[in-house]
Design a protein around this ligand. Sequence first.
Ligand code: NAD
Length: 433
Amino acid sequence: MIDNVVVAPPVRAEVVGKEVESPFAIAQRQFDQAVQYLNHYPKGILAKLRVPERELIVNFPVRMDNGDIQMFTGYRVQHCTVRGPGKGGIRFHPDVTLDEVRALAMWMTWKTAVVGIPYGGAKGGVVCDPKQMSIQEIERLTRRYTTEISIIIGPESDIPAPDVNTNPQTMAWLMDTYSMNVGHTVPAVVTGKPLELGGSVGRHEATARGCQFTIRRAARHLGLDLTQATAVIQGYGNAGSIAARLLAEDGVRIVAVSDSKGGIYNPKGLDPVAVLRWKQETGSVVGYDDADTVTNAELLELPCDILVPAALENQLTAHNAPRIRARIIGEAANGPTTPEADAILYDRGIFVIPDILANAGGVTVSYFEWVQDLQYLFWDEAEVNRRLEQVMNRAFDEVIALAQKHKVNNRIAAYILAIDRVARATMLRGIWP
Ligand code: NAD
């Protein structure tokens, strides 16, 4: 614990009758665990990194289709911009809170540092329910929110991207609004754009592909033959469904997958492309032919070699960690494992590839998109994937080396690597004035 730091008390949320720790409290706890191994830095430098640099709260009106004017609240938090511009997605969701955005911004700082790309960490969100809004209302909300946060975003200061319930179209509106306000086209203000507006090939698959590269590396490290391995995937959206397809291409047998409605299991193997087609046609993986139905809780405890949580936070907890039967956990989702579960999984010898490493492929290809936009020179997909593999492999090896050196789990090792990089950069820049 770092002393002399004033932060808002952790917010506690009620979830299914149980009190759970808020995401930012968890993020700070993870930070505190790692900085025990970085005590050569002045306390004040570490204290600086434990809190966000800047938090913007905006309350703004949007004209709804029926003529009413409705007020919305949005956030943009820049946790750290010492190593480069802030980077992080924008989330549209009714449950968005400042506390959650803070945690996500802090995780982005460590993620960009782990893979060694020249960015800091940021995140944004608007409290809204896009499923209850028309496309026109979402466009007006996006444009007004962009204008409100335009005082702190920009291609050299803070570069948003898609997150929950935002997509390439949202990013196109953001880019257009920012460009209209400054008077010329600025593609590099945002990543995850449509290809027609300066998006990058390979961005759509990048998170899952990065996850695939780290799982390959972990399998090699553990002597696991992927062509004999089985995998279970929780969540069948962008990250999960593409990870399933890519792992199947490596010869892995996908035995179970799930979405918010439930899971399906066939120990003989599922065809990930056919399952995706079924989900697109029916709205869920559930009901797919030739598979048993399982609950999401059961799915996590199925026997398998590789478990990929690709849905939500807090899925692997002290409650189910003793019964997880995977050898490798590749965290495509952000924050799927609680610190208590981490300790149990480590003691049981389960190899966790932590989120800030396993799902960093998305932000890495976002970085490639920004570099291509700034150069007005675009790469082909083979070039994007080749560079991504290089970045992911290097980061994986650095994390594993630190885990072995300090005899800590891979998450703490990833945090040590990341915090060390950011703390060193802070020391080199010095404290102004
Ligand atoms: P998505 O919305 O495309 O997919 C999420 C999936 O999870 C959906 O299939 C949904 O039905 C399922 N789901 C929701 N609740 C569930 C539950 N209780 N049990 C099982 N499944 C459930 O989102 P995504 O982009 O694939 O993101 C998934 C996770 O990966 C998030 O944690 C996100 O922050 C993380 N992530 C995504 C990216 C990216 O580039 N897409 C990058 C980094 C991290």
